[in-house]
Structure formats: structure tokens, C-alpha cells
Ligand binder design. Structure first.
Ligand code: FAD
Ligand code: MLT
Ligand code: ZN
Length: 464
């Protein structure tokens, strides 16, 4: 690391927060999947917005790019260095400030974890609209930067929908502040909305103002064994139409369940296996179980259905679904393809993706699961070398041919970059690249994520 830059960074954040020894750097250099890693020039850990701004100014002057990093739970390789960038860790920005229990709004530092925020607001009757299994480590800043989805999107939408305002540092160190978070505020472009899902490529998010949802502790979870995805979607349709309390509609399959049982020691939920499993959760001010049971009664075989209302029983049913990610990773390093389909084509996709893979990439071992209610399936492929993308290509082309998206909720990162053109037109790509050039002309924020841009070349003046 350049000694002048090191001394300048140490003056800004303090000597202990510029990390350069390889052992301490290691956990910042490899992502959660273990598929993506690179050597960082250094890790810098600012404590507040003004330190973030000064770090950015310094690194820009030194021509050293930065990879913003929150909890490092991202699954597309966007949170770790590729070729000697510095890692800008936002985890020390961990203050929960200005919680307004009357309005149901809160302002938090980017480094606050989802779990800590949940624990902070729930006793006061509020909750965070987005929930996901990585809650203990995922940060609110990272969740905004990826526009995280999770298990409640059918009721509350993704992270962008929870956002009332934010504060961010631009590539030149200027601070963008949209924190008052007025519910009605049509003054120019929606920059917070643009930064949601920008994966650290346009600005560094330092504080976030969120709209909260009422905490609904009265919950019921059903786990149902079914013959097919089509049968699962039919139940989702019926419950959704009749139960406004429906919050989650998740699916998984026998091959994923087998891995979860093997790696967690849980017992099988039913006496026999089923081709498809559907997990539903309803939440209301009063116990939603009787209404859910009445809705399911004519639709499901009682031997293939479990209903839980107490917290430990609900958690046990959720574990079959939520522990897929860790069970798959315990088995090997997967290629993770997070895709959405129009809901009417989800069943067709699930059938065809298996037959395409069997024909084109027989060594790939597909493990599917996901958020059936919003058409989002996670296609995990085990048994492939990290760099063999034949199977990824087959899956993503099938998704595009069926009118879906190659990234539902995890983002593009570096993992999906080669296929961005499948679901974004040349005009769309051109507009996104123009925004990147305008906000980060020197290319110091997460270069190589979403797309590759040659910052030394003049911007094209016509569409490709
Ligand atoms: P990181 O992994 O550190 O970073 C992710 C991206 O955001 C990177 O591109 C990084 O550069 C950028 N970034 C991070 N912080 C900032 C910041 N302050 N400013 C600007 N850019 C920033 N995702 C879902 O959407 N739904 C799920 O259901 C879900 N479940 C998961 C379950 C498990 C077990 C795991 C391991 C992951 C899961 N994820 C899920 C993926 C991941 O948790 C989310 O993408 C999460 O939003 C990432 O947050 P993070 O703080 O870990 O960000
Ligand atoms: C999930 O829904 O559990 C996640 O998005 C994580 C994953 O895809 O592995
Ligand atoms: Zn998911």
C-alpha cells in the first residue's frame, strides 16, 4: 500500500482502522458464497459520514478505487475486491437515531444490521418491512444498495419501498442529504430511489430513513406437501385472494430438503416426501390461524399439511426453508442464479430448467427454492467448477426467453454481468452507463460491478 495514502487514511479514521495485514483483511476479501474473492490493497473503516467523505476524496486523488462493504452477505461477488481495490467497510456507521414511534419512521446508520434494528423497534410496536435469513449480518446500507427483497415482498415490497430518504457520499466526496424524508416531496429526480439497487457503483450510502410497518406478532405458518409447483401456485392464488394477512409464500423441493435435513439434523416434516413444498405465513392483529386453516381445509390433504402458531413451532417450519442457503454451501460452492419469472410461467420454468440442465450440463446438480409468491426462484447449481458458465448461460437464456429477469433480488454484481444484455435493452444499458459516468467519472466506486466501463474512453454520443 502506498505509504502516503496510508498515512492520510490513518489521519482520517485512526491507525487501527486502516487494515493492511493479510490475516485481518481476509474476512473482507472473500464473499459469503466463497466463489468470489480478491486481494484488497487495504481495508478502511470510517466511523461517520464526514470520515467517509474524506476517505473518498483521498482515494480519488490517489486514483485508488473502493469497494463499499456492509455485512458481506451479498451473493453476486459485488462486495469483495477483484484487483487491488481498497475495501470501504461501513460497519462502524452503526447508530440507530431518531426513531419516531408515532410516525413509524427511523433513521439508521448504514452499518446497522437488520436484526439489531428489528430488536430495537419491535418492542415499540413496529417492524421492518423487509426480512431475510441473513438478518444477523446484513446491514441496512447493504440492503438498500442491493434493493434486497426477502420473504415479505408480496405484502410490503422490496427495500426501495421502505425508503423515505437517505444520506450518501458521492464519488467526489460531496454529501447528498435527503434525510428529512417527507412523504410527499416531488422536487426533481428521485435520487434515493436510484441509489437503491445501485450496488455501491454510484455513491456510498451512509444513513437511511425507513418507513416501518406495524409489528404483527399474531402469526400462523403452514407447510404443505404438494404434487407440483402448479398445485402450489393454485393454493397461493386462493389464499392471496381471501387472506390480506398473507405475508410469505415460499417453495422448496425434495433435493433441497434432503440437504437441509443432512446439514442441520432436523427431522423430515412429513412421513413421506412430496415433489414440492409450500410454506405460507399469515400475520395479523388477531390470530390468523383459524382463517388460514379454513381456507386450506378444502385444498390440501391433512396428512401433508402442518400448521404452527407458537413461535418455536413456526421457527421449526421456517427452518426447512430458511436453512437452504447454508445447507447448499455446506455441500459445496454453488453457482447461485436468482431469477424471476412472470408468475404464470413459473411452473413451466421449473420443469424446463431441470430438463435443459440435464441435457446441457449433466454434471450440474440443481437445488431450487424461493419466493413463489413473487415469481422468484433461486436456482443453485452444485458440482460445477467456479469458472464453467455453460449451465449459468442455459438457465439465464431460458429465463429471458420466458419473459423473466436474470436477477430478482440479489443484483448483478460480477456474477451476472455477462448476461445483463439479455433483459436490458441497448437504450437501457446506455442510460445506466451515462448515469455511472456522470456520478463517478473517474470510476472509483465499485468498478466492474453491474457492467464494465472504460472511463478513459469518451462517452458514445449515439446508441449502439
Ligand atoms: P454487502 O454484501 O456488504 O454488499 C452488497 C452490495 O452492496 C455490494 O455491491 C456493496 O458494494 C454494496 N454496499 C454495501 N453497503 C453499501 C453502502 N453503505 N453504500 C453503498 N453500497 C453498499 N438477499 C435478498 O434480497 N433476499 C433474501 O431473502 C436474502 N437472503 C439471504 C440469506 C442468506 C443466508 C444470505 C447469506 C444472503 C441472503 N441475501 C438475500 C443476500 C444479502 O443478504 C443481501 O443482498 C443483503 O442486502 C446484503 O447486505 P450486506 O450488508 O451484507 O451487503
Ligand atoms: C433466500 O431467499 O433464502 C436467499 O435469497 C438466499 C439464497 O438465495 O441463497
Ligand atoms: Zn431469496
Amino acid at each position: 500500500m502506498d505509504p502516503t495514502l496510508r498515512a492520510r487514511l490513518q489521519r482520517i479514521v485512526g491507525p487501527t482502522h486502516v487494515i493492511h495485514d493479510p490475516e485481518t483483511r481476509a474476512s473482507y476479501e472473500t464473499d459469503w458464497t466463497r466463489r468470489f474473492s480478491g486481494t484488497a490493497a487495504f481495508v478502511v473503516r470510517p466511523a461517520d459520514t464526514s470520515q467517509v467523505a474524506r476517505v473518498l476524496q483521498c482515494c480519488r486523488e490517489a486514483g485508488v478505487p473502493l469497494v463499499p462493504q456492509g455485512g458481506n452477505t451479498g451473493l453476486v461477488g459485488g462486495s469483495v475486491p477483484r484487483s487491488g481495490e481498497g475495501v470501504l467497510s461501513l460497519r462502524r456507521l452503526d447508530t440507530i437515531e431518531d426513531f419516531d414511534p408515532v410516525a413509524g419512521e427511523v433513521t439508521v446508520g448504514a452499518g446497522v444490521t437488520l436484526e439489531r434494528l428489528q430488536q430495537h423497534v419491535r418492542p415499540a410496536g413496529w417492524d421492518v418491512g423487509v426480512d431475510l435469513a441473513s438478518r444477523a449480518s446484513a446491514t441496512i446500507g447493504g440492503m438498500v444498495a442491493t434493493n434486497a427483497g426477502g420473504v415479505r415482498v408480496i405484502r410490503y415490497g422490496p427495500m426501495r419501498h421502505q425508503l423515505i430518504g437517505l444520506e450518501a457520499v458521492l464519488a467526489d466526496g460531496a454529501i447528498l442529504s435527503r434525510l428529512p424524508g417527507l412523504l410527499k416531496d416531488n422536487t426533481g429526480y428521485d435520487l434515493p430511489g436510484l441509489l437503491a439497487g445501485s450496488e455501491g457503483t454510484l455513491a456510498v450510502i451512509t444513513r437511511v430513513r425507513l418507513r416501518l410497518i406495524p409489528n404483527r406478532p399474531a402469526r400462523a405458518v403452514a407447510l404443505i406437501g404438494l404434487p407440483s409447483v402448479a398445485a402450489a401456485l393454485e393454493i397461493v392464488r386462493a389464499v392471496r385472494a381471501a387472506a390480506p394477512t398473507l405475508e410469505a409464500a415460499e417453495v422448496f423441493f425434495p433435493e433441497g430438503l434432503a440437504l437441509v435435513l443432512r446439514h442441520t439434523g432436523l427431522r423430515a416434516p412429513f412421513a413421506r416426501p412430496y415433489p414440492c413444498y409450500l410454506l405460507l405465513e399469515c400475520a395479523g392483529a388477531t390470530d390468523p390461524a383459524p382463517a388460514l386453516a379454513a381456507l386450506l381445509e378444502p385444498l390440501v390433504d391433512p396428512a401433508a399439511a402442518l400448521l404452527a402458531t407458537d413461535r418455536p413451532d413456526r421457527d421449526r417450519l421456517w427452518a426447512y426453508r430458511e436453512r437452504h442457503t447454508e445447507a447448499i454451501s455446506a455441500e459445496g460452492i454453488p453457482h447461485k442464479l436468482d431469477v424471476t419469472l412472470p408468475i404464470g410461467r413459473l411452473a413451466q420454468f421449473e420443469r424446463e430448467v431441470r430438463s435443459h440442465l440435464a441435457a446441457l450440463a449433466p454434471s450440474a446438480r440443481p437445488i431450487l427454492f424461493g419466493h413463489a409468491g413473487d415469481g422468484n426462484l433461486h436456482v443453485n447449481l452444485l458440482g460445477l467448477p467456479p469458472d464453467d458458465e455453460t449451465a449459468d448461460d442455459a438457465v439465464l437464456r431460458l429465463v429471458a426467453s420466458l419473459g423473466g429477469s436474470i436477477s430478482a433480488e440479489h443484483g448483478i454484481g460480477i456474477a451476472k454481468k455477462p448476461w445483463l444484455h439479455l433483459t436490458r435493452s441497448p437504450a437501457d444499458l446506455h442510460a445506466m452507463q451515462a448515469i455511472k459516468r456522470a456520478l463517478d467519472p473517474a470510476g472509483i466506486l465499485n468498478p466492474g460491478v453491474i457492467f464494465d466501463l472504460d472511463h478513459t474512453a469518451p462517452a458514445p454520443d449515439h446508441l449502439p
